[in-house]
Design a protein around this ligand. Structure first.
Ligand code: FE
Length: 128
């Protein structure tokens, strides 16, 4: 696993990205650059570059954040989250532990999975 110091993350990331990825923040809905973004390619962790989701796993959930109905195998870790008066499952990058968002079992596609991810937690690389 990659280990960077918090100081290194602060130097690499914008303040908003640092807040979400390293302090488990949430961007305002419908504001992220990847919320309605449907190019072909791969979404990776903005903190460490670990590849997380493929564009064919992305769907429009209408929730205001980029949503994915599956993940690249082994890319995501899950953790029970009981903050803010809710019981949710937090998702984190399996390589660096940075916060991505939450995953729900109410997805409309055949997998039934809805990964709800902050745009600011993601980088995108278009397919060649
Ligand atoms: Fe990462």
């Amino acid at each position: 696993k990659q280990k960077m110091t918090e100081q290194e993350y602060k130097e690499k990331l914008t303040p908003d990205q640092y807040h979400i990825l390293r302090e488990k923040g949430t961007e305002r809905p419908f504001t992220g650059e990847y919320n309605t973004h449907y190019e072909n390619g791969v979404y990776s962790c903005a903190a460490c570059g670990n590849e997380l989701f493929k564009s064919d796993q992305k769907f429009d959930s209408g929730c205001g954040w980029p949503s994915f109905d599956d993940e690249i195998e082994g890319a995501i870790e899950r953790k029970r989250d009981t903050t803010h008066g809710m019981i949710r499952t937090e998702i984190m990058c399996s390589n660096c532990g940075s916060h991505l968002g939450h995953v729900f079992n109410d997805g409309p596609t055949p997998t039934g999975i809805r990964h709800c991810v902050n745009s600011l937690s993601l980088d995108f690389k278009k397919d060649d």
